[in-house]
Design a protein. Structure first.
Length: 433
């Protein structure tokens, strides 16, 4: 096998090891519904195998379906998450056998495939990138399920660099064009394509994500009680939900605590806030006299290199993420302290844009000019519109394989169980704040 194939094989093995670790639990725990927002974990497990069967074995490999009768059960569009516990799911044992059988044949396809053929499904290993990223995304979803379940011991709490938030509050991005999206990154999803020029007026963007200390100041200033800071839909959500703090926070004995994977601890004030919905992020920004960055503003501040006039794959350049540059890949079960990654700064000086927490942007999830669905409409296209807000940057629970400057994630503006925070921006021209 050549180098590229060996790298693909290693990535397939690494992601599967993680999926199996996150589903190493008793059968009743894996088949239970821990939250109506999430699938039973055993659904995610078999679904990643079924996805591999559909795309690598059948579509790319031309292999006869192994278990066509289960396609329907693992089709995310046929059954909303809340209904999945009542489906005739494979048992955990059957699911493990099924996905490992699929995986064996995936390696056969990898062995025989020509990665330089013009077929866009296999060229540069696209279809393998598709299933690797897909499984990583489901692993992050599984962690959100475990967090909602309050389960301890699922994920190790490794060491992260220390940091200090000291430094400028905002960085300046001068007016000008940049290239948004990509036409060249081989594993980029359809929604990141094609590269296109976007001209932005000058703006300021927070150097760091909003931290728990700043967010608590918003809470203590009565932010949750003041409709001035909220959009009408946001205020409606605030009243309906009764929310008064980020999800998983509670106050006791004059101290704010949070539960994180079954463990209760004082809220660490120097960490980026996480588990806030879009409405909370938007209200905070208005209270702070700012606004959320648009997706284009976020991407330019993250990846544009104005001196070289080109987009970087990551804020610091094109080299792969390292533990000194970003908190990615489940190294610890939390975001790192603010200021922990000066080595990960972007050309404009923005920090922690990649890793730690997904960041809400002001933008709806819409197609770029020239978008073409590939390889299927249900990955991105059916979600376009004014229903989902774009999230950028990846969290501590995202894997480097599925994070880059151009990577787009999206969710409903009410969602808080995901590992999500935000940073603020403001227009440099006071006329158009
Ligand atoms: C991009 C995270 C919104 O989880 O619904 C997983 C990713 N797509 N399986 C999701 C995805 C198909 C997707 N998000
Ligand atoms: Fe999926």
């Amino acid at each position: 096998m050549d180098d590229v194939k060996e790298r693909i094989a290693a990535q397939l093995t690494a992601v599967r090891e993680r999926s199996l670790t996150y589903t190493a639990a008793d059968d009743d725990v894996l088949t239970a519904q821990h939250s109506r927002l999430m699938s039973p974990l055993v659904w995610d497990l078999a679904h990643v195998g079924n996805y591999e069967e559909l795309w690598v074995l059948r579509a790319a490999g031309g292999i006869t379906p192994l278990r066509p009768e289960i396609d329907d059960i693992y089709d995310a569009f046929k059954h909303p998450r809340k209904d999945r516990p009542s489906l005739p799911l494979l048992s955990p044992g059957e699911a493990r056998r099924y996905i490992s059988g699929v995986r064996g044949r995936v390696f056969d396809v990898l062995d025989s495939v020509d990665l330089s053929s013009p077929d866009p499904l296999t060229r540069s290993g696209f279809v393998f990138g598709l299933v690797i990223q897909h499984e990583h995304q489901h692993d992050e979803t599984m962690l959100a399920t475990w967090q909602l379940a309050g389960r301890a011991g699922v994920i190790r709490d490794g060491e992260l660099p220390q940091g200090s938030p000291d430094g400028p509050e905002e960085v300046y991005v001068p007016e000008g064009p940049f290239t948004m999206g990509t036409s060249t990154l081989p594993w980029a999803y359809d929604n990141e394509r094609p590269a296109h020029r976007v001209h932005l007026p000058a703006y300021w963007i927070d150097r760091l994500p909003v931290g728990n200390r700043a967010y608590l100041a918003f809470m203590e200033a009565g932010g949750y009680d003041d409709p001035r800071w909220w959009t009408p839909q946001g205020w409606e959500w605030r009243q309906r939900s009764g929310a008064r703090s980020p999800l998983f926070w509670f106050k006791d004995g004059g101290t704010w605590w949070r539960t994180r994977f079954g463990v209760t601890e004082p809220v660490p004030m120097d960490e980026p806030v996480q588990h806030v919905c879009w409405y909370e992020a938007d209200a905070y920004a208005r209270w702070a006299g700012k606004r959320l960055p648009t997706e284009a503003e976020w991407e330019k501040a993250c990846g544009w290199d104005p001196a070289a006039e080109r987009a970087r794959r990551y804020p610091w350049g094109d080299d792969d993420p390292t533990p000194a540059r970003a908190n990615l890949g489940h190294r610890a079960a939390r975001p790192a302290p603010l200021g922990a990654y000066p080595a990960g700064a972007s050309a404009y000086g923005a920090e922690q844009m990649i890793g730690d927490v997904w960041e809400w942007t002001a933008s709806w999830f819409t197609p770029y000019p020239g978008f073409r669905a590939f390889p299927y409409r249900e990955y991105s296209e059916v979600f376009f519109g004014r229903e989902y807000r774009v999230l950028r940057g990846g969290s501590w629970a995202a894997d480097p394989a599925a994070v880059r400057t151009t990577f787009r994630n999206w969710d409903f503006p009410i969602r808080r169980q995901i590992f999500t925070g935000f940073r603020c921006a403001r227009s440099a021209d006071p006329q158009e704040r």
